[in-house]
Structure formats: structure tokens, C-alpha cells
Write a protein that binds this ligand. Structure first.
Ligand code: MLT
Length: 206
């Protein structure tokens, strides 16, 4: 079946099979699309509704959620604009599909925009699992994230995300009041079985 083009992002939506499970917003990495994280979503949150948009920015033909100037150097004007655009899509999808605010599960570029949405449009997300995330905004606005659950999974040998950067993200979100769990895994940038297990365990206890 082809992806839905009815709302403001091309996306896939899988309705909940079990009522009461939190809906997930799945956000792919650079070069991914709306299909990439559906299997992961089914594994980490069986029975949850899954909403999976495709990033609108193309970098040499590869979909992303916002523009970057270089590896790890973000176009922050675009990031602001795209975070608002994606938060608006979440609201549209909530209305169309009758969903409560979702938990974002983002990988790499998808994790980075999820972190930016927490800082710019916190009402859009009930929480977030940020897999291989880094600090998205150098000067984020003051935000109140009291009690919002956030899981950050970093790779100890990630060549893209320096450990200090991931630690800074964890401390920024903790400082804003989020309930942050930050784990360093024996991994690089690519996801491992441990990422799936930790994410599933974290979602199960929400
Ligand atoms: C980003 O651009 O968001 C990060 O560098 C991660 C990536 O997509 O490679």
C-alpha cells in the first residue's frame, strides 16, 4: 500500500491494536523514509499506534527532517521552521487519527528533530526516545518539561555524535525538568539489539 499523502507530511499510519498503549511518532535518520522504523516500532511497542512521517528536506536526494550546513552543523533557522512544521503535522494527525500526544522514537537526524521539538513545541510530544541524538539548538529557549520522560541512547564509539555532546543534551533536558535516562551503549552510530531492548523496556514502564 502506498503511503498516505493526505496530511501535511507523506507518512504511514498503523492504528493501535491494543487500546491504552502510547502512540509512537517514528522519525527516521538521514536517507531514510516513512517505512524504515515501522519494524522497530512494532518491536518496541507491540499494539501501539505508529505514525511515521518522511522528512521533507532532501540532501543529495536523501530525506532528512531539517537542513544541515555540514556533518553535525545545523541550519538552525531551518531547524526552527521544520520543528514547527512537524509539530503542526503531529497536531493534524492527532485530530485525524484520534490520538493522544505521541512518544517520539527518533534515530539520528530524527532524534535531533525530536529533541528540538521538545525544546520548541513541548506540547507536541508526551516524551521521547532519542537514539544517537545530539544537541540540536545552540541557544534553546527556556522550556518547562517537568515530568516528561526522555530516553537517550548513545553509542560509546559513535563517530558522528561526540559523547560530551550527548551528555550536554541529557543535562539540558534534565535542567528543563524532564525525567531523563541516558545510557551509553557499546556501539557506534548504527543501532544494535541493545537499543531495541532498552527502548522496549523504557516504553513498557511508561
Ligand atoms: C544530523 O544531521 O541530524 C546528524 O548529523 C545525524 C545525521 O543525520 O547524520
Amino acid at each position: 500500500m502506498s503511503p498516505s499523502t493526505e496530511l501535511s507530511f507523506i507518512h504511514r499510519f498503523t492504528p493501535a491494536a491494543e487500546p491504552g498503549r502510547p502512540p509512537l511518532l517514528l522519525l527516521h535518520g538521514t536517507g531514510g523514509n516513512e517505512d524504515d522504523l515501522l519494524p522497530l516500532g512494532r518491536l518496541v511497542a507491540p499494539g501501539s499506534a505508529l505514525l511515521s512521517p518522511r522528512g521533507k528536506v532532501l540532501e543529495s536526494g536523501m530525506p532528512r527532517f531539517f537542513r544541515r550546513l555540514a556533518e553535525g552543523v545545523f541550519d538552525e533557522n531551518d531547524l526552527h521552521r521544520r520543528s514547527n512544521e512537524l509539530a503542526d503535522f503531529i497536531a493534524e494527525a492527532q485530530e485525524s487519527y484520534k490520538l493522544v500526544a505521541p512518544i517520539a522514537v527518533g534515530f539520528s537526524n530524527g532524534a535531533n528533530i525530536a529533541a528540538a521539538i521538545l525544546q520548541l513545541r513541548p506540547e507536541a510530544l508526551a516524551g521521547a526516545a532519542l537514539l544517537r541524538a545530539m544537541v540540536p539548538l545552540q541557544n534553546p529557549p527556556t522550556v518547562v518539561l517537568t515530568g516528561k520522560p526522555v530516553l537517550i541512547l548513545s553509542g560509546a564509539s559513535d563517530p558522528i555524535v561526540p559523547l560530551d555532546n550527548a551528555r550536554r543534551l541529557a543535562s539540558l533536558l534534565t535542567g528543563a525538568g524532564a525525567t531523563v535516562q541516558h545510557r551509553m551503549l557499546p556501539a557506534g552510530h548504527v543501532l544494535t539489539q541493545a537499543d531495541l531492548a532498552f527502548t522496549k523496556g523504557w516504553i513498557d514502564q511508561l
